[in-house]
Design a protein around this ligand. Structure first.
Ligand code: COA
Length: 663
């Protein structure tokens, strides 16, 4: 049995794209790490790639130079398997995806790895239980599916084999978190696990839609990109992944899984012609001049929701069979496939009744593959049709009149602090309408909460605080819609200035556009040294719309503000601190602790005096000096009636630290 605290040494087998990336993550997480491959050349190449990546992270200030050096010193490359796995507690195997090869490796590992060691296999397709059967310790074998490239992709999908025990699952999940990843757990060893099981039906449905003559490739991709907001169209994904690979994967999956859609004629024909996608220069798109762009507008008439009906059906199957929860499915598609929203969230918005009707219609026309999952029909028969009914895959307490469901953020109340984390890392935490509403609601929720003294805003992942408004929602917007969206965000940022407690922006990466505008409405701005600041809207043909043109000059002066706004120049944390845009910058590895220390100092202050000081500064600067000074005197006077003032002055005279009560 290995608990997370007992893991000291990690070995990664296979120094290829996945293996070296995983080894880098293990070393960054503080583990003594051995990278192993079958010959010195492969090992050297892997180590060299890690070095380059660590240096790049340090150069971009995502980690400190010291951290890069320390991580590098924890790494060792070897060829000898005995040496690689000796004394290790946790082994990640990332050899090529060939079952016989994996089994061979596990047979050897079983003999050579310490009895207590966990054996995690990085695979996106192969059954974990079959790999585990090559060992005498299947309870310690688990799937650990990293996404490519591991150092940058935020997700790890953990897959339990038939015999994997709870402790192995828990340690592997904690290990993934230590490597900086968000985790989804696939509780059963089903083909495709969670993420790829949901990608397959979308690819298949898109192909069938073209085969049936219902839409063209570009129409589908354009609608998926610009109406749904997928990072790229599905045929572009096919081209990118390799059409031959998709054909092979769907054949393999069909063999093991009768539920799977199976290979599609459209893909098979392309593959037969040698049109594999980017690697052959041509697939559905022409790649000879670089990455193709998906045309806008051509998908305006195409409704993409029916494409998702079989995908939602597959998700329902996963939930009904206790493989995954809606939340895991949604995190999986958002972080693994870059969806702007979770699949279950989208289904709830569209209406589960609508999805069932689409499926029934397709079932009648095209056969049993489309039979709606029992979970969907049951949910609909119970009236749980989604957001409109107050319940679907999720409960919408707000609609039912109770609390609030934070959809685009994570709200954490940890008195004396509360944290609101912008949680759209796949889009660099850019601002969606849901995110604005969450922020607004969080202010209301904390307004009279006496235990919470400080609100801290930050971003999920390690790349961004917030990269501004979600640009993928811009297409098709009308002037009036844009007016309303900016007004809404302006209302929330002004409310932040009225909020009766200090707000800290913990800027853990990009703070651009609306992200910087939110940060500027906070009382304090603390940043990682690698953070980047800017109002880049001008390069989109627009301008700041959430207070940037008004607030930035107050911090940095008119001249500098115009430069940032009218040239769209971005600045780094050092410069931002120098010109007064941020209060302090800290190295990434010390950031969280430094934010807490700073917040603790603020939280120890006298709440009423902090509130009045905040108002005096925020509003005193808006009015003529005489009026500002009168405002100051008035607020100063109010404080003379407080118990905190008595405590503050008494503590001074008694030479002790004051204990303020907010009274
Ligand atoms: N809206 C929507 N998606 C955004 C976004 C935004 N404001 N900012 C970043 N993203 C998405 C990217 O499209 C990309 O998605 P993909 O992986 O599906 O392609 C993902 O976040 C990562 O960003 P990427 O551009 O690949 O990272 P990078 O390191 O090359 O560049 C930035 C980072 C922040 C410099 C770049 O993303 C950027 O310029 N973003 C827009 C900032 C902006 O103009 N904000 C003001 C909006 S009004």
């Amino acid at each position: 049995m290995v608990k997370i605290g007992e893991v000291k040494k990690v070995a990664v087998l296979g120094a290829g794209i996945m293996g070296h990336g995983i080894a880098e993550l293990a070393a960054l997480a503080g583990y003594q790490t051995t990278l192993r491959d079958i010959n010195q050349e492969l090992v050297d190449k892997g180590m060299e790639n890690i070095k380059k990546s660590l240096d790049k992270f340090a150069e971009k200030k995502r980690i400190s130079k010291e951290m890069a050096d320390q991580s590098w010193s924890r790494l060792k490359g070897v060829v000898d398997l005995d040496k690689a796995v000796k004394d290790t507690d946790f082994i990640v195997e990332a050899v090529p995806e060939v079952m016989d090869l994996k089994k061979q490796v596990y047979k050897e590992l079983d003999k050579k790895a310490p009895k207590h060691a966990i054996l995690a296999t990085n695979t996106s397709t192969l059954p974990i239980s079959e790999i585990a059967s090559a060992t005498s310790r299947p309870e310690k074998v688990i799937g650990m599916h990293f996404f490519n490239p591991p150092p940058l992709m935020p997700l790890v999908e953990i897959i339990r084999g038939d015999k994997t025990d709870n402790e192995t699952t828990q340690t592997t999940a904690e290990m993934s978190k230590k490597m900086g990843k968000q985790v989804v757990i696939c509780r059963k060893d089903v083909p495709g696990f969670i993420v790829n099981r949901l990608l397959g039906p979308l690819l298949a449905e898109a192909a069938r839609t073209v085969e049936r003559g219902e839409a063209k490739v570009e129409e589908i991709d354009s609608a998926l990109a610009y109406k749904i907001g997928l990072p790229m169209g599905i045929f572009l994904v096919a081209d990118y992944s390799g059409i031959d690979t998709i054909v092979k994967a769907s054949e393999e999956t069909k063999k093991r899984d009768p539920q799977a859609p199976g290979p599609q004629k459209l893909f098979a024909e392309k593959a037969k012609k040698g049109e594999f996608g980017w690697k052959s220069g041509k697939g559905f798109y022409d790649w000879s001049k670089g990455r193709p762009t998906i045309p806008t507008g051509v998908g305006d008439k195409f409704d993409p929701i029916p494409l998702f009906a079989p995908v939602i059906n597959a998700a329902a199957w996963l939930i009904r069979n206790d493989v995954a929860d809606p939340k895991d499915i949604d995190v999986g598609v958002k972080l693994g496939l870059g969806y702007p929203k979770g699949l279950c969230e989208m289904a709830d918005e569209w209406g589960i009744d609508k999805i069932v009707n689409i499926l029934k219609d397709k079932q009648a026309k095209y056969g049993e593959y489309y039979t709606p999952d029992q979970l969907l029909t049951k949910t609909v028969s119970e009236g749980k049709t989604g957001v409109k009914a107050g319940e679907g895959f999720y409960e919408y307490a707000a609609a039912a009149g109770a609390g609030w469901t934070y959809k685009a953020t994570i709200f954490k109340r940890e008195p004396p602090f509360a944290w609101l984390t912008f949680n759209r890392p796949q889009r660099l935490n850019s601002i969606s309408p849901e995110l604005t509403m969450d922020l607004d609601h969080c202010l209301d929720e904390l307004w009279n909460d006496e235990e919470v003294k400080v609100l801290i805003l930050t971003g999920a992942g390690d790349r961004a605080f917030c990269a501004g408004a979600d640009i993928s929602g811009f297409k098709g917007g009308t002037p009036n819609m844009a007016f309303e969206v900016t007004r809404r965000l302006q209302t929330v940022t002004t409310k932040m200035e009225k909020f009766p407690k200090p707000i800290i922006a913990a800027i853990n990466g990009f703070a651009l556009g609306g992200g910087l505008e939110i940060a500027m409405a906070c009382d304090f701005r603390l940043a990682v040294e690698s953070a980047t600041f800017g109002q880049p809207e001008i390069m989109l043909g627009i301008m700041p719309g959430a207070g940037g043109t008004q607030r930035l000059s107050k911090y940095v002066g008119l001249g500098r503000a115009k430069e940032m706004i009218m040239l769209g120049d971005r600045i780094n944390a050092e410069e931002a601190q120098r010109i007064g845009l941020i209060n302090r910058a800290f190295p990434a590895d010390k950031f969280e602790q430094e934010v807490k220390t700073f917040a603790m100092r603020v939280a120890a202050g006298p709440p009423i005096a902090l509130k009045m000081a905040k108002y005096a500064v925020n509003y005193g600067t808006e009015v003529p000096l005489d009026i500002g000074l009168i405002l100051e005197s008035g607020l100063f006077g109010v404080l003379f009636g407080t118990e905190d003032m008595v405590e503050g002055t008494t503590a001074f005279l008694e030479k002790r630290f004051p204990k303020f009560k907010g009274k």
